[in-house]
Design a protein around this ligand. Structure first.
Ligand code: FES
Length: 173
């Protein structure tokens, strides 16, 4: 399949608006990296999705898998936005409280909060305080299962421009 630069711009336009809508939603980032997966994050994600659906919250809460939220030693870990609450050491038994108390009741669940002192840089998902992600800078911001979200953040635009508007010499320069 080929796609024109104009089509990319059209998708960007369309999904940028969806992105604004997403800002009105709650977003739960769940770590799906090796260490958290080995401690049951996939099962927790499935249970969360079920609990969200059974409470009629499917249109109001989005669950996005990300790699390494950052406190690997206390995973499984989630971050809830826009309030930016981080819950750690999660188990399946916590899912009901996360949905009923936090998402529905607006209550922060004290015993699940991350209380460590390790600082993270403001860039989401950087596993170490001094690490700044470049290639993975959209980690936790775009849903990796929807390429349109990447395009909405200028994904492929430079490639499109290089292939359609620039000469080989300009690309090399
Ligand atoms: S492996 Fe999940 S936060 Fe590091």
């Amino acid at each position: 399949m080929t796609i024109s630069l104009d089509k990319l711009k059209e998708i960007k336009e369309q999904f940028s608006k969806l992105d604004e809508l997403k800002d009105e939603k709650r977003v739960i980032l769940i770590c799906a990296d090796e260490e958290c997966l080995s401690k049951g994050s996939r099962e927790i994600e499935e249970a969360l999705l079920e609990e969200i659906a059974s409470n009629g919250l499917k249109d109001k809460v989005e669950v996005i898998e990300v790699s390494k939220i950052g406190h690997c030693e206390v995973g499984p870990e989630i971050e809830i936005y826009p309030e930016k609450v981080t819950y750690v050491n999660l188990s399946l038994e916590d899912v009901g409280d996360i949905v009923n108390k936090h998402l529905i009741g607006g209550e922060v669940i004290g015993h699940l909060l991350y209380t460590g002192t390790e600082e993270k840089v403001s860039e989401l998902g950087s596993p170490h305080p001094k690490e700044v992600r470049v290639v993975l800078r959209n980690c936790g911001v775009v849903d990796p299962r929807r390429i349109e979200e990447y395009i909405a953040r200028d994904g492929y635009m430079v490639l499109g421009k290089a292939l359609t508007e620039m000469t080989p010499e300009q690309v090399i320069e």
